[in-house]
Design a protein around this ligand. Sequence first.
Ligand code: M6R
Length: 588
Amino acid sequence: MCGIFGYIGKKSTAAQIVFAGIKSLEYRGYDSWGVAVVPITNSKVVVKKRIGKIGTASVSDLPPGNIAIGHTRWATHGGVTEMNAHPHTDCLQSIALIHNGIIENYAQLKKELIKSNHKFISETDTEVATHLIEELSKTHEFALSVRMSFKQMTGLNAFIALNAHNQELIAIRNGSPLVIGFGEQENFIASDAPALLPLTHDVYFLKDDEMAVVTMSEVNIYDAANGKFKKIQPQRLDWKKTDASRGKFSYFMLKEIHEQPEIINTLVNQSSISTDQLADRIKKSYGTYLVGCGSSAYVSLAGTYLFSKIANKHINWAPASEFAYHLDFLTAKSLVIALSQSGETMDTLEAIKAAKNSGAQIGALLNVLGSTLYRESHYQLLIGAGIEKAVASTKAVTATLAQLVLLAYTLSDNKKIGQKILIQSVTSIQKLFNNVNNIKNIAHQLKNAHHIYIIGRGLSYPTALETALKIKEISYIHAEGFAAGELKHGVIALIEKGTPCIAYVPNDETYGANLAGAMEMKARGGNIIGISHKSHEIFDEYLEVQDAEEATIIPNIVVGQLLAYFLALEKNLDPDMPRNLAKSVTVK
Ligand code: M6R
């Protein structure tokens, strides 16, 4: 979950290049940060670390050097302190290490290293790895020491080790992502490809159990298990540089919310063979599952309603982290479709790994070409949302939903209808943008709320769950989404005079029943915020969402995104970097 960046090359501004890299990766973790550089004048690593977000900090005080690494931390082992921030160094300041993951057997390794007189100054597992590499490099060449250390460690990890003497970076992984960027007399390593875009578009996504030895002029890839050289072919990313900047928007989240109409339009207008192939595979499968985590789990749940309504097809659903408990049903004829923006979410990857072991076919709807999920699946459907940087997922959610609408209509041989309603959803979103003050006003009214309850039925049930998640993530207000019919089975006990209750009441078969749920809340004093295509007397507040048939779920979700965003602003919170969260959750 941490951000990792490494540079080696002809420029002597290595520290500044790395600093810009970790700044752009800060969405992966922002408890603390650090940069290590090898000065041109000697080979002792110089490190600067700070706790908190990078903010207006700089590394102009670090010396010129051609090799540096940097890290933004999302703490696992050890509290948020400067000592625990990465990079960590060895006893002689000639090795520096940055790490993403958890070394499960670090305590045992540390005990042995203490016996060999290694001095530890932090509480982290990473520092243990640094000293282990130091110990082994007394008798072995550096890359081999990294590889041997890696083999001794248990857990899922990614490292970049800097060797100040030989001026080389070693990247190695078996869980968390690492991407190598290729330049002219300079090379880069990052935990996410977008961080490389200002520098290069030629990349190689390091696979699990691969090691890269990176110098100024060369990148060589080896099998981490046996050290065998592997010939690889870099790939070219077609992302735009501007995708990685905020542009005219104050926050990435707002920028990404505003990109949604264009993304959906583009999806509608491109003819995708992959959609046809996956639809065909669903047709042939005996049992299909949709899995994902967080927002991607709710989109998966929405998928089950879409396939049922549009294509008359029963699809199973499970949060990826729970999927292991469904494996007994899988056979070689099963299909498991994983939904993931990043393609690197550990729980999702574990789910598909387990499914593959049961012989199932794997499909993926995802945003990142070349990611682990992309490589591990048999059928890939890219959602084309471009780089998503805000921690709270927005455009990836609606782009995935749009793909699911297209997939379900393709399955029912009515792709054109799918395209038509998606275009209607775009018009509906644009109308929301034009009337955004209505949502702002409601956010202003709700800013001091301690609890918000959100109801919906059918497609509006996952919508309610997703809206609640967005509100929780970035405004820290407790929000609970639930199926409207469940209200009377318990949650209604919590509704009292003035409790904010959001009711999704779209123009579909759930209309009457959703209104009935809203009425039940109103009867207990709830303050009803109706989200619907038409107003109703029971709504205390009303937000209009123009109907787009099954694709109404998309603008309905956009309302939730905007509401959460404005709630965060009302509470003076940074919507892009909510506390305790990281963009991609690459640990279990
Ligand atoms: O990259 P993924 O779609 O696999 O990520 C899954 C979740 O971690 C993610 O959706 C998370 O819940 C977001 N913060 C939601 O806004």
